[in-house]
Design a protein. Structure first.
Length: 192
């Protein structure tokens, strides 16, 4: 017999494993309790409702996909950040098959407020990271941005391209790297 999950993080680890093997739609309190070898009541001791459990599980998956490794330095360039984001999307697609598509379609178009809010927080974190990287990127030419074309607008465009790539299951960052090279650095795309 396996040891029972006895903490919130252990329960979330089991939720991630269930999402990996069965997808996010299969996640329910009874299944999580059985997989953790605990009672349904114990799950409710940690999570006040199914919505809270599912929301926390979704946030946990987003964190697993987009967390930086221990000791990982901040991104030096926007292109470094783009490469990392595409690599993490490929990891997320492999580790949690269908998660991005199912999650975004389900929560953008539904009343499941908890999950939608967690997804929007993850997206905002990525947008904020892109803006911060662009503001610190030493390769961006001084005239790349102005009041009509801001780092925030470009980050939003880059994020839209990331989402489109994810929906298509295409994890080659080369076209987006070319866009960054030509738009922000103003140099020929000889070395990406």
């Amino acid at each position: 017999m396996k040891p029972a999950a006895t903490s919130k993080e252990e329960i979330l680890a089991v939720c991630r494993a269930l999402i990996h093997s069965q997808g996010g739609q299969a996640l329910n309190v009874r299944q999580v309790a059985a997989a953790c070898d605990i009672s349904v009541g114990t799950v409710y001791n940690y999570f006040g409702s199914k919505a809270e459990l599912v929301g926390a599980a979704i946030e946990s998956v987003w964190y697993d996909i987009f967390r930086c490794s221990e000791g990982q330095e901040a991104f030096r360039t926007t292109q470094d950040c783009i490469r990392w984001l595409f690599a993490r999307m490929a990891y997320g697609s492999q580790q949690y098959p269908g998660f991005f598509t199912l999650h975004s379609v389900n929560f953008v178009s539904s009343e499941k407020q908890e999950g939608k809010q967690r997804m929007q927080q993850a997206w905002q974190h990525i947008l904020t990271m892109l803006c911060e990287v662009m503001q610190q990127d030493p390769r961006i030419r001084p005239d790349a941005f102005d009041e009509n074309f801001t780092p925030e607008q470009f980050a939003d465009l880059l994020f839209s391209l990331l989402l489109a790539a994810q929906l298509r299951g295409q994890y080659d960052p080369a076209p987006v790297l070319q866009l960054v090279q030509r738009t922000l650095y103003g140099t020929s795309p000889t070395s990406l």
